[in-house]
Write a protein that binds this ligand. Sequence first.
Ligand code: HAM
Length: 420
Amino acid sequence: MEKIQTLRGFRDILGDERKKISFIENISRRYLSLFGFSEITIPVLEKTELFIRSIGDTTDIVEKEMFTFTDRSGESVSLRPEATAGMVRAYLQEGLYTKERVSKLFTIGPMFRHERPQKGRFREFHQINVEVFGVGDPLIDAELLWMVSLILNEIEVSNYKCEINSVGCPECREGFKKELMAYFKGYTDGLCDDCVKRLQRNPLRIFDCKNTQCTSISKESPLLFDHLCMPCREHFERFLTYLKEFNLFFTINKRLVRGLDYYTKTVFEFTSDELGAQKAFVAGGRYDNLIEGMGGPATPGCGFAIGMERLALLVKKEYTETQPNFFFAYVGEEARTYLIPVLKAFSKEGLRLRYSYEDKSLKSQMRYADSLHADYVLILGDEEIGKKIFIVRDMKQKRQSEMPLDLITLPQKITEHIHR
Ligand code: HAM
């Protein structure tokens, strides 16, 4: 019978890659807790309207990439393409703004975008998504970048660039849009059909286009950075001062734009050339109008998301288990009766123990222990039971010693033995 496969762009994550992702998660959780963040779990499926209103109806994500369908009650729902929208909804729905001055939240989970799969780009991918609601000062923007740099340092990823920019606010963008329209109107013949439409609806989105002709036209366009209003310029200057105080390395990329409409002022991306075309592995920025736009009180926000699959590609570190691996090899009916008591004694002490589920010869059990990379094998057969001992074989040193057949003292004796 034909086997059923995953959907295109959806994957099972296992083995080394899964270990790397868990490693990233563990370290990130530690730093997030250190910086005062609490974890929140939000739904994977939300009303489509949530994403249209927050991400923007002219963005590629909303126009082309959402997994949207009508559910059985006739409502349009979408798998979340990102988490910020849901985090803002939760912040408002749960009334967090009435309970705390600043909310620092993170969530970890899958996101879904119907993009063309390629290296580092999937239709289901995973993010650690981090948000701070309630701080307007760019000190938090810099603090977030600093936290990311600490996480990257700990997972020993160093070959990356941190690119920053400011995309201003609706006021600076209004004037700029007119100038941009005038510029692109001179090139309408060279733009793709999508960009000709974008020119009317939201000329800033032309910067997202991946068409080579459109990118070469937009490369020479005027820069929003040069049209920032005074408050946005000051915000950016202060941001730079903080970054320097944190001793962070960064590059100002005045052409850095984001594929989501909610951003204001600060935007940033951590990129690595090792990743090829999909080189951003952390990205985010500030969104000072989003919470109000979603029906909440005027509250600034800032955050980022780590693309787990992409960051995992950069992790080179080898994982060596520091905890030793034990194996219990039993031969004969009577020795088998010791199996569960030995297992209980080991797990009570937090020691890892594997064993064969079926009666096998000692030789076969030793081969199995070897394949599991056991550090020590406890051997018990009729002869040892007669002598009231266990044999403990050190698999690396290829040496054996004896220990009393006493389950109460065994874990302690073993621990002493391996630390000798
Ligand atoms: P984003 O730039 O759309 O931002 O995604 C953040 C990161 O998720 C990207 O830099 C990338 O590493 C990863 N990513 C995105 N799409 C894919 C894909 N198709 N396959 C694999 N990885 C992918 C956001 O999602 C914002 N919500 C981040 C944010 C939070 N801004 C403020 N707060």
